[in-house]
Design a protein around this ligand. Structure first.
Ligand code: MG
Ligand code: MG
Length: 250
């Protein structure tokens, strides 16, 4: 069931979104060689709690940390660790959620550690641009399939591939709500986009195959071919004025 939010509820989601976006921005500022993923996680948790919110991911299905931090060929759901040091040339995906006032925000970004390869930088750019292509379709009267179709067409044109086994989702009172928002699909198909829908649009884009595998920790998802992956996500409200990025901080 798709839960439609009224303007009052969207206002509350703006607060959850802002805290999420701020925590992600602070995390991004920490990204440099020699920092551990646990240090970044701690900073994220501290900021969220300072704002009176709670980290959405902490304890979610037993997840042991406040953020998912995934490096290079890890796609999503990497577990922060005091043994995991960032190295020059890595790309690091940080995924954050904050819960306050009954609502969640959910946002992710991919950060380069120092100087990275041209292909890594290009993947980061392609992923961000694919998000823009997708979010441009998040308008009243459209369909869910319009979003995924736009993302997939763009990344394919750039020689990259969109992960299919994990998808975007509705977000609001629950971290994961209906509908699913795949990064592939057919334009004109799927649930109708209506005023007050709030969805996480989150392309997970690979340099090589779209196939992914799960690591033995039961959380970390990595590319099947070991090539790089990037991730970009915002919580988006569909409104009469067009899509609003609730987790964007300016
Ligand atoms: Mg997320
Ligand atoms: Mg999400």
């Amino acid at each position: 069931m798709i839960v439609i939010k009224n303007p009052e509820q969207i206002k509350k989601m703006m607060l959850a979104g802002r805290i999420t976006g701020e925590a992600l921005a602070l995390a991004g500022e920490m990204v440099k060689e020699g920092v551990t993923t646990e240090q970044i996680d701690r900073k994220i948790r501290a900021h969220i709690e300072k704002c009176g919110a709670r980290p959405s991911f902490l304890g979610y299905n037993g997840f042991p940390a406040s953020a998912c931090i995934s490096i290079n060929d890890e796609v999503i759901h990497g577990i922060p660790s005091s043994k995991r040091y960032l190295k020059e040339g890595d790309i690091v995906k940080i995924d954050v959620g904050a819960y306050i006032g009954g609502f969640h925000g959910d946002s992710a970004n991919t950060f380069p550690v120092g100087k990275v390869s041209d292909e890594a930088m290009r993947l980061i750019e392609v992923t961000k641009e694919s998000f823009r292509k997708g979010v441009a379709q998040a308008v009243i009267g459209g369909r869910i399939g319009d979003i995924g179709s736009a993302v997939d067409a763009y990344v394919t044109s750039q020689g990259c591939s969109a992960v299919r086994e994990f998808v975007g989702h509705g977000v609001g009172m629950a971290l994961h709500e209906d509908p699913s928002v795949p990064n592939y699909g057919t334009a004109g198909r799927g649930a109708k986009l209506t005023r007050g829908m709030t969805i996480a649009i989150e392309p997970m884009i690979n340099l090589g195959t779209s196939k992914v595998i799960m690591l033995p920790d039961g959380w970390t998802v990595k590319t099947a071919d070991g090539k790089l992956s990037a991730h970009y996500e915002h919580t988006v409200a569909i409104t009469e004025d067009g899509p609003i990025l609730l987790t964007e901080v300016k």
